[in-house]
Design a protein around this ligand. Structure first.
Ligand code: SF4
Ligand code: SF4
Length: 451
């Protein structure tokens, strides 16, 4: 007998999700509207005469509403990310993949793109039919219109995304005057292309094959995690029947085998086969099945969210996640509350290590980066420790604008014989009102000084 070849590669079949309505569809749309209002609107909000949320990489300054963070404050951003990650773990342990189903950008943009596709090419069976048809003027018009709208939305999304890193009003002005540089254009094109490709073409494949969260979230699941489930005992044996059929006489379950739950699934799976890693917990199959149950006059919930998870929300692993979130959040807020209004970085001037000035005094020069971490202008007084013998000979009072960073040259001198030859540890003080920041550095005295 001739053996059949086993193909290791199977090309992906295109999924045509059918439109659905119902309680969970409303929730999904509510999340689309909320997340997109926040995403597209936030960069246009101004606070203290600057963009309220801006990660200005060029100026090396991050603004998050009233907070101004410098690269030295990276620890706070890290803590914020850790809190977000732990929150996602906690939500996953309790509510499964609700993030994936309702709020993940991949899901949200796929839904918006599908909505456009649905309004131009029609629902599932129309789209399947259109794709199978040979090219015609009608088909070309539908496709051109769809891709034009997809591209316009993708470009707007790319522009908005870059607007979180380059002040968005400047970005808009530069684009409208043709003054935007190559890097700005590149990043807008990059994020536009990513949106167009991921939401228009890759869709469920991103969730299935590319998303790392989809891969490791199963380790956060336990028997009490909220999942979308099919009630096998109630539904089986499945089969078509009339509305008036006597189920007991036919010995069949409530599933009419309409396959609507499969047709609406954005990842193309059949929830009746049990929990599968492709399921993003979007509940489209619940809405679809509930509509059939309604039509048949059966109770809803043949496909449902497993409910015991919410009753057991406060269980071991969730309490551990909540505890860790509490610890990191406390550290973050304490750190922010104790953060000095002034930051100073002292760098020795490598060009001139030390030089002898008037009366045999030794001078060292430094470059100091002063940063105002507040939104109010400040004056900083530069001094040294009173008993160190080191004096400041450069300008001692420095004015800093709101959230301004400034490089300041600082010259220090010491009397001959006051410090030993070689490197001497010293402190430079940066005082602002009653508070003072002390920075350690080295004062170098040449071995032949005073000869
Ligand atoms: S099986 Fe249901 S909940 Fe899971 S992805 Fe498909 S439609 Fe969404
Ligand atoms: S939608 Fe409900 S009734 Fe229809 S096939 Fe799916 S589980 Fe069965």
């Amino acid at each position: 007998m001739k053996s059949q070849p086993i193909w290791l590669y199977v090309s992906q079949e295109k999924i045509y999700p059918r439109a659905t309505s119902g309680l969970f569809a409303k929730w999904r749309w509510a999340m689309v509207i909320v997340t997109q209002w926040v995403f597209y609107g936030l960069p246009w909000i101004n606070l203290h005469d600057r963009q309220a949320v801006l990660f200005n990489l060029e100026a090396r300054r991050f603004y998050v509403f009233n907070l101004v963070l410098y690269p030295q404050d990276f620890i706070f951003l890290t803590m914020l990310l850790v809190i977000c990650a732990l929150s996602l773990f906690a939500v996953t342990a309790v509510a499964g993949r609700v993030w994936c189903g309702y709020a993940c950008p991949q899901t949200v943009y796929s839904k918006i793109f599908l909505w456009i596709e649905h309004h131009i090419e029609g629902d599932r069976h129309h789209r399947i039919k259109l794709d199978k048809q040979p090219w015609s003027l009608f088909k070309a018009q539908r496709k051109v219109l769809k891709h034009t709208l997809w591209l316009a939305l993708s470009i707007f999304t790319g522009f908005t995304f870059v607007g979180y890193f380059i002040p968005i009003r400047e970005l808009y002005f530069d684009i409208s005057t043709g003054a935007l540089g190559a890097w700005g254009l590149f990043w807008i094109a990059f994020y536009s292309f990513a949106t167009y490709g991921n939401a228009g073409f890759m869709r469920e494949q991103v969730c299935k094959y590319m998303c790392p969260y989809a891969r490791f979230q199963s380790s956060m699941f336990d028997k009490d995690t909220l999942i979308v489930a099919y009630d096998q005992r109630r539904g089986e044996p499945r089969g078509a029947r009339s509305k008036q059929a006597d189920l007991k006489a036919l010995a069949i379950g409530d599933c009419v085998d309409c396959t609507l739950c499969v047709q609406v699934c954005p990842t193309g799976i059949d929830i009746r086969k049990g929990l599968q890693y492709e399921c993003i917990g979007c509940a489209a199959c619940i809405d679809a099945c509930d509509s059939i149950m309604d039509k048949m006059g059966y109770p809803k919930g043949l496909v449902h969210y497993s409910a015991q998870s919410l009753k057991k929300a406060f269980r071991g692993r969730v309490i551990v996640y909540a505890g860790l979130i509490g610890i990191v959040a406390t550290a973050l807020f304490t750190g922010l509350a104790l953060r000095e209004p002034i930051r100073a970085d002292v760098i020795r001037d490598r060009g001139s290590l030390a030089r002898e000035v008037e009366n045999g005094f030794i001078e060292n020069t430094y470059r100091v980066q002063l940063m105002n971490t507040t939104e109010q202008p400040q004056e900083v007084f530069i001094s040294t420790e009173p008993d160190s013998g080191v004096e400041v000979t450069s300008k001692t009072l420095i004015a800093l604008g709101a959230a301004q960073g400034l490089w300041v040259p600082v010259s220090l001198v010491v009397a001959p014989g006051r410090l030993k030859p070689g490197s001497n540890p010293i402190y430079i003080n940066f005082s602002h009102h009653q508070r003072s920041v002390k920075e350690k550095t080295m004062f170098y005295v040449p071995r032949n000084a005073g000869n």
